[in-house]
Design a protein around this ligand. Structure first.
Ligand code: ATP
Ligand code: MG
Length: 396
């Protein structure tokens, strides 16, 4: 064992643990924060597990929020309004691959036994500085191994999301999967189709955000059979598209962009994953394009900016990932934006009501505005009331 003698735990978390301990309830730090701390990765939220029931936790603190009532999680709100998760020691009494029915009144050891992987089943006592590691999670951390707690096939059958979580942790830490866990994961992949679209989407997005290389994450989804069951797009994506994702720095890990790079019809992919309407619209606009201006001159770039609208920056970001170089017209975009060249009908120095005053009516107004915009995109100096009025007179 090579646990540090003590771990720096945020003061607020220690205080919550102290309150629970003084009321007679065993309380331990658990979960991802310990795993990350042992690897010297920063991790903000230290979750607590306690013998107190959710009702007892609520009665001990002035301000609480219900976080996951069904699963025994209460959010304790500290002075700075930060929410800390406190979960009652629990056992899963019934599982169906998607949800669990839980019961309380169990020991810390039993609570650790229901956790997914050994590296996530370590506990640390924030006041007594003791460690509990019944499944040798610390040794697996050193061996860089994701291994199921207990019998892997059974653990995946209880909750198929664990398959996707395993892939995420492997890609995030560049670990390997212990062979029996991998075999059970591949054998159980059919069960993935029973997960809700929301849980799949959250895992996919989290995976993209945290993987050391998105290419590796996609490869894991493919090899495990998760792609075939949940994201056939990943199997169909070209080798170039998958490889290009490897160049995405964590700061540019926009899940919508990454999904768009991998999918021929990103809007339908995201709709299927129940992404928000705004996200689906964003992906649809990226796909409409146009992918690039017809030429490198500013007229062509203005036309492109006008057509691409709000999707312009996303389209340029896609270009960067696909070609490994900045969009060749990015500099022209910068100049055009700096000058504030008119790009939409709304930017025109003349309005629909002006045209009405000139005698135009109905659909003709929109047509004239389109023609005027085209003329202004060609030469922004035309965007004055006088010039546009004269042009409009000629047109009507
Ligand atoms: P991160 O927050 O960095 O994604 P984490 O390990 O903290 O990683 P959470 O989803 O915050 O993940 O869950 C906290 C802990 O709860 C985990 O460390 C694990 O012990 C347990 N856990 C979470 N989801 C599951 C699951 N589906 N099955 C079993 N245990 C789980
Ligand atoms: Mg966490």
């Amino acid at each position: 064992m090579s646990f540090p003698d003590s771990l720096p735990i945020p003061g607020e978390v220690v205080e919550i643990a102290r309150t629970l301990q003084e009321a007679g309830y065993e309380t331990w730090c658990v979960g991802g924060a310990l795993r990350d701390a042992l690897m010297s990765h920063p991790h903000a939220d230290f979750d607590l597990a306690t013998a107190a029931t959710p009702a007892q936790v609520q009665s001990l603190f002035r301000r609480t929020a219900l976080v996951g009532e069904k699963y025994g999680t209460v959010g304790v709100i500290d002075r700075r309004r930060v929410v800390h998760e406190v979960t009652t020691f629990r056992r899963d009494v019934a599982t169906d691959g998607r949800h669990a029915v839980v019961s309380y009144g169990v020991s810390l050891e039993e609570d650790l036994a229901r956790r997914d992987f050994t590296i996530n089943a370590i506990a640390y006592h924030p006041l007594r500085h003791e460690w509990r590691d019944p499944f040798q999670g610390e040794a697996d951390l050193r061996r860089r191994l994701v291994r199921a707690v207990g019998e892997p096939a059974r653990r995946f059958r209880e909750d198929y999301l664990r398959i996707l979580r395993a892939l995420r942790f492997v890609a995030r830490f560049r670990f390997t999967i212990e062979p029996a866990t991998w075999a059970a994961l591949v054998a159980g992949a059919d069960g993935l189709t029973r997960l809700s679209a929301e849980r799949v989407r959250d895992e996919w997005f989290k995976g993209i955000a945290t993987a050391q290389s998105v290419t590796e994450l996609v490869t894991l989804w493919r090899q495990s059979g998760a792609a075939a069951r949940l994201m056939p797009e990943l199997d169909q994506a070209s080798a170039e598209a998958v490889a290009s994702l490897g160049t995405l720095a964590p700061a540019d890990r926009d899940p919508i962009l990454a999904t768009a790079l991998l999918s021929r019809d990103p809007a339908s992919t995201l709709r299927r994953l129940r992404a928000s309407g705004a996200e689906v619209d964003r992906a649809a606009a990226m796909a409409v394009g146009p992918e690039a201006p017809a030429g490198g001159d500013e007229v062509a770039v203005r036309r492109w900016l006008s057509a691409a609208g709000k999707a312009a920056d996303d389209i340029m970001a896609l270009w960067v990932v696909r070609h490994g170089a900045p969009a060749p017209w990015a500099e022209a975009v910068r100049r055009i934006r700096e000058r504030g060249d008119p790009l939409t009908r709304g930017d025109l120095a003349i309005t629909g009501s002006d045209l009405q005053a000139l005698g135009a009516a109905g659909r003709r107004i929109g047509e004239i505005l389109s023609v005027l915009l085209a003329l202004v995109l060609e030469d922004p100096s035309r965007n004055t009331r006088e010039t546009l009025t004269a042009l409009a007179r000629d047109l009507s």
